[in-house]
Design a protein around this ligand. Sequence first.
Ligand SMILES: [Zn+2]
Length: 121
Amino acid sequence: MPPYFSRMKNHLEITHKEALKLIPDFITGQLTLQETEMLMNHIDHCPDCKEELAINFLISAGLAGLERDGNINLQEELDQTLENARHKIRMHHFLHQTIIALEIVGIVALLAVAVWIIVRL
Ligand SMILES: [Zn+2]
């Protein structure tokens, strides 16, 4: 496989070390969308890092919760946070594909107009 394509395929794959480095910023909501996607992809097939993320999240959300009212469902908050992150990524891909589709439609429309003009000449 040419290097370009293998890079395309693997550009979202990160190591444990990289995933662990992203976790604190994920919890504080400071990751870029691409970093979030890389981390989500990694924890989808890496139970160790997923657990690490869960522990980090539960600790920080737990401390924040104690300051609030001390009575919150942390697991639910974690699931919600992960779901929100995945939703953002899905929306991003959806918008990206929509823009590409619109560009293709635009190009085809332009070509159709060009052909129409040429035929009328
Ligand atoms: Zn890992």
